[in-house]
Design a protein around this ligand. Sequence first.
Ligand SMILES: [Zn+2]
Length: 216
Amino acid sequence: MWNIWASLDWPILIKKHIVSYNKSETYNEEITSALADHYSSAITLLGEDVTREGLQKTPQRIAKAMQYLTQGYHMDAKEILNSAKFREAYSEMVIVKDIELYSMCEHHLLPFFGKAHIAYIPNGWITGLSKLARVVDCYARRLQVQERMTHQILDIIQETLDPIGVAVVIEAKHLCMMMRGVSKQNSITTTSAFSGQFQAPETRAEFLKLITSDIH
Ligand SMILES: [Zn+2]
């Protein structure tokens, strides 16, 4: 009775997104150059020689990489969902699971990465499945905390599609925990948020069962 739509064609969706991004990859020159100056100072303060061959272009590269990793500030999640919003009578659970995500913790500027699982029960409106993945990117490519990102994704889907319910689960590994401090190499942080029908124990249980089982 429930439909799993997306887990199988997900690699194709990922690929499409990356290709379309590379085509339009542009950087603001003024910001890139100012950031590069700051990174050059930071590298020097850390005790390195920024003029040695291997590091000469590093400040410039970090400046571009950081703009790429924070491009979510220039993306509008509502617009993404609305760009493929269709009227549809379908009213069973739609699940997109194993959406790869890469973000950076706002406390240490170190990456955290893992998977997001999203479900919603439409109430007359559906959106393109790839759009849900782009919404994850929109919030992941910022300085983040996992808990807030989980709620931001839930809220924008609820607000834009007005479904009967939304569920978001994120599982991630945090390099700030793995590389420094407590060095908990294998710990995974799981966060979840539920609205509407997913607050009912049986619907939530069905969703959790579906995202934890391997369906191929
Ligand atoms: Zn951190």
